[in-house]
Design a protein around this ligand. Structure first.
Ligand code: ADP
Ligand code: MG
Length: 446
């Protein structure tokens, strides 16, 4: 069953420059609604011909007002964590892949939300502090100019090396040679996070403001050992925490004089925009066709199957748009998070200042688009355990069939015996497979 997995969260902050600019606000937040007012049209006389809307309203899953600490509605880092961080952790502990990414213009609070400051911790360190971080591996990378760099690799030479992105037929896209660090407690996790942030900042100092031009992905891979039907099993969940470059880089006018770098940063953000709108379009199309499909596919699982594969971007059914994940490194690496097996949360950060009206409106529109995407997350269960469970269910089904045949044995014993013989044979074979499955590792697509 499909479930909506892209939630939109709105947080806002007012930069010093904007406060100095008179502090005129263009945005109001009321519960889950955001109203944005075009102050340039304030003097417009009623009835004047102007196609521009004076007041626009958007609805999101959560809206946070983090402008003025003295404001009674001020949303703190802790409040944001209690809503979003906790839902990331509960998704991962249920065995799902989870992704949380912050999108918005430079200075609007993406890094503040994702990483925070020493006296006001953001989502990533808060998530790392949670006690269940046992059996956990961490990696931290940066995409700058369409090149991937490991933020946790020792030695200057290694730090500067560009890594290749490849695609595994079952596990999907990955970064070749990216270092992965096993951590056994929260302190180790926080130390690695800080090391990676420091590497990012060092690069930023040498390279002007590179950190606001790069995308950073911190990945926590969490393995849980469970006992299912008396069989040891494992679920592996991946949490991707993403701090993106400023969204104004996606504006072609912005980087006219920074051609190569600009166009590459553009490439990731522009592609992200295209991917999000194509996924949203496909999801909307799917939901409107769902009732028709469910009638047409009664008794035929294949229609539903092809329908869901095109939703995740793999099938590209005739009515569905092609999703150009591979057009940029960012979208390629986040393929599953954006349109596949992941519970994904997007946090749109905006400045409420009137001087940022255009950027804020474009971020809100972007977020409204992303809200329409429907992902298909599933629990990443151990394949051999899943097979054994399915075989056991089949055995139970066949056993109950045998029993009912025996109970209503018909007058022709030879026919009934033959039928019983066949069923007994299938039950035996399946029981054999279950026993074998316990001793061998079965490699099946997840
Ligand atoms: P971005 O990553 O979107 O470019 P930053 O997160 O670096 O922006 O924020 C710019 C500055 O504003 C930083 O100094 C940050 O600490 C501060 N800031 C951003 N959002 C808030 C907020 N909600 N409360 C307090 N300070 C904030
Ligand atoms: Mg930033």
């Amino acid at each position: 069953m499909a479930s909506r997995q892209v939630d939109i969260r709105f947080s806002s902050s007012l930069t010093r420059r904007e406060s100095a600019d008179g502090g005129r606000l263009a945005v109001q937040v009321e519960d889950k609604f955001v109203k944005i007012r075009n102050v340039k049209l304030d003097g417009r006389t009623e009835g004047a011909v102007d196609s521009r809307e004076k007041l626009l309203e958007f609805c999101f899953d959560y809206c946070y007002w983090s402008v003025d600490r003295a404001d009674p509605h001020y949303a703190s880092q802790e409040e944001v964590f209690q809503d979003l961080g906790v839902s990331v952790l509960s998704g991962a502990s249920e065995g799902y892949n989870v992704c949380l990414f912050a999108y918005g213009q430079t200075g609007s609070g993406k890094t503040y939300t994702m990483m925070g400051t020493p006296d006001s911790m953001g989502l990533t360190p808060r998530i790392c502090q949670v006690r269940w971080l046992i059996n956990t591996q961490l990696s931290f990378l940066e995409i700058y100019n369409e090149r991937v760099r490991d933020l946790l690799k020792g030695g200057e030479q290694k730090k500067r090396a560009t890594l290749r992105v490849r695609e595994h037929p079952e596990k999907g896209p990955y970064v070749q040679d990216l270092s992965s660090h096993v951590v056994s407690d929260c302190k180790q996790a926080i130390d690695l996070l800080e090391e990676g942030i420091a590497n990012r900042i060092t690069a930023a100092t040498h390279n002007h403001d590179a950190s606001s031009r790069s995308h950073a992905i911190f990945t926590i891979q969490y393995t849980q050992a469970i006992l299912e039907n008396n069989l040891p099993s494992e679920t592996v969940s991946k949490i991707n925490l993403v701090d993106l470059a400023g969204s104004e880089r996606a504006d072609p006018h912005y980087c006219r004089d920074r051609l190569t770098e600009g166009s590459n940063i553009n490439k990731s953000l522009v592609t992200l925009g295209i991917v999000i709108s194509a996924l949203a379009q496909n999801s909307q199309m799917s939901s409107s066709c769902q009732s028709i499909n469910s009638v047409a596919s009664e008794g035929d699982g294949s229609t539903v199957g092809s329908h869901s594969s095109s939703l995740s971007g793999g099938g590209g059914g005739r009515r569905h748009c092609f999703i150009p994940y591979r057009d940029s490194v960012l979208t390629w690496l986040l393929k599953d998070s954006l349109g596949g097996n992941s519970k994904t949360i997007m946090i749109a950060t905006v400045s409420p200042s009137a001087s940022s009206y255009n950027e804020t409106l474009s971020t809100l529109r972007y977020a409204a688009h992303a809200r329409n995407i429907v992902n298909k997350p599933r629990v990443n269960e151990d394949a051999s355990v899943r097979l054994i469970r399915e075989l056991r269910e089949e055995i139970d089904r066949l056993k109950s069939m045998l029993l009912s045949f025996e109970m209503q044995r018909n007058p022709s014993p030879s026919l009934s015996d033959e039928r019983d013989g066949n069923l007994s044979e299938i039950v035996l074979q399946n029981e054999l497979k279950v026993t074998q499955g316990r001793h061998t590792c079965l490699h099946l697509p997840v």
